[in-house]
Design a protein around this ligand. Structure first.
Ligand code: NAP
Ligand code: DHK
Length: 533
């Protein structure tokens, strides 16, 4: 089958000069046939991959003596040959001698790298004999349960080195995001000692290890051809590594930012900030951070390299308690959605940008509608402002509406929290269950600050369409999707709607400026969100 070299994409038009690190991006090739493997290799090359990992264990059937030579000789990139057994997380469950002999053959046929599991390295070496080979030997260890202590990781590195590895490979599993710090520590130690290491942490909580490995001296990271088609849990796509995280520009002094939340993968903040960092030439990277305990996260990643974090569900209230200094408005709201670590004394400052983002968007919505007179003050003054929710965003909206002279009512699933917040802002409270029948007047304003209707539960809504007729403007803090069922039905009921995207853009202005010291590129923010909404 003659393969036509695809047109070289812009992805690999970059020159070495544009790269600020030597960490390689390896694309795992997991096709079930030789022909498809060759097609995928060429796709990886067109993307700009540095090398491919040929996962022989994914082939449905193959003849080692013929097919390994074909794969190696016709591979358009440097290749790493792996034949992962089931007992180490792969697909192969055949004869072990056959497997090791296939790897021996790959080495003799000139594979650039061959990956052999530490557990069988002595068997492999006795099959290989002492024949010289150009291949670099990667000796690997995979832990699909947890991430050992630094001491145990250090001992593992030593065992792998003693086994004759040219490159050490350790893949562990994060049960908490703080596990990644131990692999960073080992990676730095190996780099300082001149020992090439691939140190990666599997699972969503290990994403940081795959993006930041250039910062700590990792030898390579894996990037997939397609989202979700991974050879190990948590692998990002090649395109996200290069285009979203600006991987080639990450260096040891790159500053680290992220969105702290649980869940967090829905957040569009990485898209917004990484694109904007790049536009102003700021040396920072921003990523999703699946955090279980925000205090332990901040204590673990306490270096001044870990500069700034946005906070979302369910950490905004706990975030405030972690800050050594809190903006007075955030203190009044009782929630922090932006954390900054001082580059001089490492102290943590917290503020709340949600309320400005939301209230400004709602005021603009009212001014743009026919439901308000052209007063010089806020169009919110005197309006009955119903906030659904009493969490971080709910507190911000309640505080902001009160500041603008509105009469605030809090409706919440947990009534006590509604009552507590209503008392703080001098308003009234009701249970969410009573919201449908709440209709003291017309022309009210409704603001949803719960996660009801957020992807993936897009058919959910906090209030009936019939009840929406009492509202002149409806805002939804949820921004994935942009038009929630609530907003769709509110518009059908004749209300002006304001989306969470407008709040999201507005709340990011101040964060960007605090993260970078640069003015927020507001038009770019809008353009980025247009293409993702
Ligand atoms: P949070 O602090 O965890 O508060 C969540 C609130 O939602 C609580 O009042 C909770 O009620 C309520 N809630 C959650 N699930 C519910 C359910 N199934 N039924 C009824 N009520 C429910 O979260 P947050 O940080 O305020 O964020 C809330 C939402 O706003 C999220 O979707 C977030 O993405 C969005 N948000 C968007 C922006 C933006 O820029 N567009 C900014 C901030 C927040 P209980 O008190 O009864 O638990
Ligand atoms: C959502 C929020 O709740 C904001 O307060 C954060 C985050 C950003 C998000 O990225 O989804 O600042």
């Amino acid at each position: 089958m003659e393969l036509v070299e695809p047109a070289v994409s812009s992805l690999n038009m970059e020159t070495e000069a544009m790269r600020k690190n030597s960490t390689l991006i390896c694309v795992p090739i997991m096709a079930e046939s030789i022909d498809q493997m060759l097609i995928d290799m060429h796709k990886a090359k067109a993307y700009g991959a540095d090398l491919v990992e040929v996962r022989l264990d994914h082939l449905k059937s193959f003849n080692p003596s013929e097919d390994i030579e074909t794969l190696i000789k016709r591979c358009p990139l440097p290749n790493l040959v792996t034949y992962r057994p089931k007992w180490e997380g792969g697909q192969y469950d055949g004869d072990e001698n056959r497997r090791l002999n296939a790897l021996r053959l790959a080495m003799e046929l000139g594979a650039d790298y061959v990956d052999v599991e530490l557990q069988v390295i002595e068997d492999f070496k006795s099959i290989r004999g002492g024949k010289p080979a150009k291949s670099k030997l990667i000796v690997s260890s995979h832990n699909y349960v947890n991430t050992p202590s630094v001491e145990d990781l250090g001992n593992l590195v030593a065992r792998i080195q003693a086994a004759g590895a040219d490159i050490v490979k350790i893949a562990t599993t994060a049960t908490d995001i703080t596990d990644v710090a131990r692999v960073f520590q080992i990676t730095v130690h190996c780099q300082v000692s001149g020992v090439p290491i691939i140190g990666l942490v599997m699972g969503e909580r290990g994403l940081m290890s795959r993006i930041l490995c250039p910062k700590f001296g990792g030898y390579l990271t894996f990037g997939t051809l397609e989202a979700g088609k991974v050879s190990a849990p948590g692998q990002p796509t090649f395109k996200d590594l290069v285009n979203l995280y600006n991987f080639r520009q990450i260096s040891h002094d790159t500053k680290v930012f992220g969105i702290i939340g649980k869940p967090v993968s829905h957040s569009k903040s990485p898209i917004l900030y990484n694109g904007s960092f790049k536009s102003v030439g700021f040396n920072g990277v921003y990523m999703h951070l699946l955090v279980d305990d925000i205090a332990s996260f901040l204590q673990t990643y306490s270096s001044t390299d870990f500069v700034g974090f946005s906070c979302t569900i369910p950490h905004k209230e706990d975030a405030l308690k972690c800050c050594e200094e809190v903006d007075p408005v955030a203190k009044s709201i009782g929630a922090v959605n932006c954390i900054i670590r001082s580059q001089t004394d490492g102290k943590i400052f917290g503020c709340n940008t949600d309320y400005v983002g939301a209230i400004t968007a709602i005021e603009d919505g009212l001014r743009g509608s026919c439901h308000t007179s052209n007063t010089t003050g806020s169009p919110l003054a005197g309006k009955l402002f119903v906030v659904i929710g009493a969490g971080g965003a709910g507190k911000a909206l309640a505080y902001g509406a009160k500041e603008k002279g509105a009469r605030v009512v809090i409706a919440n699933r947990t009534y006590d929290r509604a009552r507590e917040l209503a008392d703080i802002v001098g308003g009234d409270a009701l249970s969410l269950a009573d919201l449908d029948s709440f209709h003291p007047e017309d022309g009210m304003i409704l603001a949803n600050t719960t996660s009801i209707g957020m992807t993936p539960k897009v058919s959910d809504t906090p209030i009936s369409k019939q009840a929406l007729k009492s509202y002149t403007l409806v805002f939804d803090a949820v921004y994935t999707p942009k038009i929630t069922r609530l907003l769709r039905e509110a518009k059908e009921a004749g209300a002006t709607i304001v989306t969470g995207v407008e709040m999201f853009i507005g709340q990011a202005y101040e964060q960007f400026e605090r993260f970078t010291g640069f003015p927020a590129p507001k038009e770019l923010f809008k353009k980025i969100m247009e293409s993702y909404s």
